[in-house]
Design a protein around this ligand. Structure first.
Ligand SMILES: Nc1ncnc2c1ncn2[C@@H]1O[C@H](COP(=O)(O)OP(=O)(O)OP(=O)(O)O)[C@@H](O)[C@H]1O
Ligand SMILES: [Mg+2]
Length: 464
């Protein structure tokens, strides 16, 4: 196949605009996408000099600048109105073409991000609506809803109660599922700001480049081409703004946040005016902040600003004495929700709960009990066999007849792990083969004898 024809085909089907000029500034490649973006016809540009086609560009032509300075210009944002009056936004990169250490021309690649920007605006709008809805529907938690009597949870609650009496920033640190958000809500609810907005934003859920506009707002006619939009800081004025997963906030935004915390004011994206706000910040992280600082994912000065009050929410494995009361609390919640009576948990399950590490903390316990409640009969006790296989692992609790065990294990496992019968049978087969191989210390012939199948048959299954 002719390489040039192939190259042309590729260029013509690219979504990105491509424009190549030689070292004199004459266009040698100009694809359809670029023609469409720049609203020029290919014939008007091809084989002509840039200055002839766009004389007004003179000092602004990125091609000419790169030819002159031999340095790439990367990710330059451009925005203009096309002849239909529609706002078009592009990101352009212009690179020198170097052959044998000499600059032979430049290539410009333009990405049309109009759609992305439209989507971004939609995200902003939806987020705003969502916050409004949440404001109206949310049942806020208070300290009473944080269940537990262990010294560790009590001391966390004491610190949080003290925090609610002030407007100082709080940094809540704790593993996933420990109840950090519960603490944030409770602090707000017990503070003098309780009748003012409570807004929570997860910094990891929003693409980095959208977060700034979302937090600080955008100004019409700014370089981003955005419309006037209030940011979350403004919406949370006089109230509390919770920044969840703060470590996902890009460093440059952390700098801006630090400035807001210091001055109590900020500028919206593209805005000229300082906007003053009175917002209490609660930042949340499930990672060790000192490690984040070391890894340069968190600014040290921001950490100190945020952690005027440091609230560590302990993991469940360090306060196992709370498991009993949490189990009762969740079971009764589930009973109300499912309109079904549950006969508590068996002694074996209780013992198991105390020996288990709970990597998913309180949330894991809550979900586990809900899963079990779905499969036990009305009024029945939750037993070991009702626990999902992944958590039960190799426990050899024998609190049931063998038949009962197999029968129920099948149903509970299939339910919990969403496996179908064939997958489940294959897993059982795997386990039996492993056991046979363990007994024979890996001797395939002997294991095949135990299982009553041929050596080849077993080998095939092992391979599979
Ligand atoms: N002490 C507690 N008492 C009652 N419910 C709790 C407690 N701790 C956590 N929960 C419940 O566990 C679930 C997880 O809590 P929450 O969302 O506050 O955790 P988180 O620490 O913010 O987790 P993540 O880091 O994953 O966001 C929620 O349903 C919450 O109601
Ligand atoms: Mg959370």
């Amino acid at each position: 196949m002719d390489k040039e024809i192939l190259l042309n085909k590729i260029l013509e089907n690219l979504e990105e605009g491509v424009h190549v000029v030689d070292k004199k500034g004459n266009t040698i490649v100009y694809n359809n996408a670029m023609a469409e973006l720049e609203e020029l016809s290919k014939a008007d540009v091809m084989n002509k000099n840039l200055m002839e086609v766009m004389p007004s560009l003179k000092n602004e032509s990125t091609h000419l600048r790169v030819l002159l300075e031999n340095k790439p210009i990367l990710n330059k944002f451009q925005s203009y109105f096309n002849e239909n009056g529609k706002k078009i936004s592009t990101i352009n990169s212009t690179l020198p073409i170097i052959i044998d250490n000499k600059i032979e021309g430049t290539i410009e690649i333009a990405k049309n991000i109009t759609k992305i920007r439209e989507l971004r605006d939609k995200i902003f709008d939806l987020q705003g609506e969502l916050n409004e809805k949440k404001k109206n529907n949310r049942k806020m938690c208070s300290f009473r809803d944080i269940i537990g009597q262990s010294p560790k949870i009590n001391s966390a609650k004491d610190i949080a109660k003290m925090a609610s009496k002030t407007s100082s920033n709080v940094l809540i640190i704790g593993e996933s599922g420990t109840g950090k958000e519960l603490f944030a809500q409770s602090i707000h609810q017990h503070s003098s700001r309780k009748n003012k907005p409570y807004i929570i934003e997860n910094c990891a859920a929003i693409p980095e480049n959208l977060l700034e506009g979302l937090l600080f707002g955008t100004k019409k006619g700014s370089f981003t081409g955005a419309v006037d939009r209030e940011g979350l800081f403004k919406q949370a004025d006089k109230g509390t703004l919770v920044l969840d997963e703060i470590s996902s906030m890009p460093m440059n935004l952390q700098t801006k946040l630090l400035r807001v915390l210091q001055n109590g004011s900020f500028r919206s994206l593209g805005g000229q005016r300082e906007i003053e706000v009175d917002v209490r910040i609660i930042a949340i992280t499930n990672k060790d902040p000192l490690r984040l600082i070391k890894e340069e994912k968190m600014r040290e000065d921001l950490f100190y600003r945020l952690s005027v009050i440091n609230l560590f929410v302990p993991p469940l494995r360090e306060r196992k004495e709370d498991i009993g009361i949490l189990t009762e609390y969740f079971t009764s919640q589930i009973e109300q929700k499912m309109l079904k009576k549950i006969g508590g948990i068996s002694d074996e399950v209780r013992r198991f709960f105390y020996s288990y590490d709970w990597p998913g903390n309180v949330r894991e316990l809550q979900h586990l009990l809900e899963g079990c409640a779905n499969i036990v009969g009305e009024g029945k006790q939750i037993k070991m066999m009702n626990l999902p296989y992944y958590i039960r692992g190799n426990t050899d609790e024998k609190e049931h007849s063998e038949l009962d065990f197999i029968d129920r294990r099948l149903i509970s496992k299939m339910y919990n792990e969403k496996v179908n019968l064939a997958q489940y049978l294959r897993q059982i087969e795997d386990e039996i083969i492993k056991e046979a191989l363990e007994i024979t210390k890996g001797n395939i012939t002997k294991a095949a004898n135990i299982l009553g199948i041929t050596r080849q048959g077993l080998q095939y299954k092992i391979k599979k």
